[in-house]
Design a protein around this ligand. Structure first.
Ligand SMILES: [Zn+2]
Length: 116
């Protein structure tokens, strides 16, 4: 039986998933399976956002700056923690100010599985 040596997953940065918990879960999950020897590589990726009004594509810095601003406002009660789907709502286009942003769905993706 082939065994998996490495699993690479991508996590959207705005999902605020606790990576330690994720790794721990993977560690438990892999026992007594073909994943027993597998290492987990986590890549945190920024979602791509585009303004529907002016076509501006937000850069990672644009998004990060706005998220930081939000987090400062909410402190511990940061709502996206619970509702990552709402992430685009408070964000706006830095060029025209529109909130009508189109976002690539923030999904956790398995991007690579190495099998020997
Ligand atoms: Zn715009």
């Amino acid at each position: 039986m082939n065994s998996v040596v490495k699993v690479v997953i991508e996590i959207p940065s705005i999902s605020m998933i606790d990576l330690d918990i994720l790794r721990e879960a993977f560690g438990m999950l892999k026992q007594e399976s073909r994943l027993a020897k597998a290492s987990l590589e986590v890549r945190v990726v920024m979602p791509k956002m585009r303004c529907r009004r002016c076509g501006y594509i937000l850069t990672e810095e644009d998004i990060r700056a706005q998220l930081n601003e939000l987090m400062r406002g909410y402190g511990e009660e940061y709502p996206l923690h619970l509702m990552p789907d709402l992430a685009p709502t408070p964000l706006k286009c830095p060029r025209c100010g529109s909130h009508d942003l189109e976002m690539e769905e923030p999904k956790i993706r398995i991007t690579e599985v190495v099998i020997v």
